[in-house]
Ligand binder design. Structure first.
Ligand SMILES: Cc1cc2nc3c(=O)[nH]c(=O)nc-3n(C[C@H](O)[C@H](O)[C@H](O)COP(=O)(O)O)c2cc1C
Ligand code: SF4
Ligand code: SF4
Length: 286
């Protein structure tokens, strides 16, 4: 069995977890590739070349963005061929507001393609919009304990595949645990929220190019000042990383942080990492 680790990680937490899985596969001597969707432009071709149409096991990670999986991750899954006898382990990192329906969304698309889903994880992380302030939601995560939980999950998955275990989680097990809130979140799937308009303060912009080089979608062209293109999936990396604060949104960062903190109180979700698995029933309700 070949293994693929694929993730998108504008701010680095989802990558950290991807690398923890990589370490586990290395320790177990497995044949794998790792593809970072924000740094490679054709992860799908990389996966197809590596797997050559044979069954494989895909670890796939996304940050939770406004309750959902990141659009490029869903596009990657959409582009995969149907994969009977293949396995998938969706994971998300979330910033202490609500873990959302990202793993549900990924699992739905993966199950439709015939993947079996032996496990999945929601990993608590420092909130990326709060990366430059003291005491962000999810501060200090993912930490060693979170990484160990994911590594343990990866080991169990490999063991199960080796032993021919074909059990899979069903979609319901991966849904947001509160049905009312889950239904609310799912409305966004049929009526997507428009991308936040971004404007440039030309007086402040020094044309340094940080925004363009750090955009995981390659959506910013320097012409010579930054222009925002259609592939933007609204991760706000450019806004957070601009050293001059030259990228403006309709809401200030301070206001946004206040709204995020208020929203986290509404959900009141315990900020912890949860591994869901058919292999070992260690999931606890949120
Ligand atoms: C635009 C945006 C929306 C977000 N929405 C949520 C959310 O709905 N719930 C949550 O808990 N965290 C949310 N976060 C925080 C991220 O999910 C979290 O920080 C994640 O670990 C980021 O992953 P990365 O470091 O790989 O980019 C959001 C972050 C951004 C930038
Ligand atoms: S990061 Fe900021 S200052 Fe640099 S090019 Fe982009 S908008 Fe301009
Ligand atoms: S343009 Fe900005 S918000 Fe859009 S994908 Fe790129 S970095 Fe993220």
């Amino acid at each position: 069995m070949r293994y693929v680790i694929a993730f998108l990680s504008p701010a680095g937490s989802t990558r950290k977890i991807g690398w923890a899985i990589k370490e586990t596969l290395e320790e177990l001597g497995r044949d794998f590739i790792l593809t970072d969707l924000g740094r490679e432009r054709n992860s799908l071709a990389t996966i197809e070349n590596f797997t050559g149409g044979d069954p494989f096991c895909l670890f796939i990670g996304t940050p939770v963005l406004r309750d959902l999986a990141a659009a490029p991750v869903m596009s990657l899954i959409g582009g995969l061929n149907s994969a009977p006898q293949s396995f998938a382990v969706p994971y998300c990192t979330w910033g202490g507001v609500a873990s959302g329906i990202a793993i549900y969304q990924m699992a739905q698309a993966l199950l439709e393609k015939g993947f079996l889903i032996p496990a999945a994880a929601r990993v608590i992380s420092s909130h990326s919009i709060m990366r430059n302030i003291d005491n962000p939601l999810g501060a200090g995560h993912p930490n060693e304990e979170d990484e160990e939980a994911v590594k343990g999950m990866a080991r169990l998955v490999v063991e199960a595949i080796d032993s021919g275990d074909l059990r899979s989680l069903d979609l319901q097990a991966l849904d947001y645990p509160n049905p009312e809130l889950a239904a609310e979140m799912k409305k966004k799937l049929s009526a997507p929220v428009p991308v936040t308009p971004k404007t440039l303060d030309k007086e402040l912009c020094t044309l340094c190019g940080v925004c363009a080089s750090e955009c995981p979608a390659g959506a910013i062209v320097l012409d010579p000042e930054p222009r925002f293109g259609g592939s933007c999936f609204d991760c706000l990396n450019c806004f957070c990383l601009c050293p001059e604060k030259a990228i403006k949104l309709p809401v200030s960062l301070e206001k946004m942080i206040e709204m995020i903190r208020n929203r986290s109180k509404t959900f009141n979700e315990t900020p912890r990492t949860v591994v869901l698995s058919v292999l070992k029933h260690d999931a606890e309700p949120i």
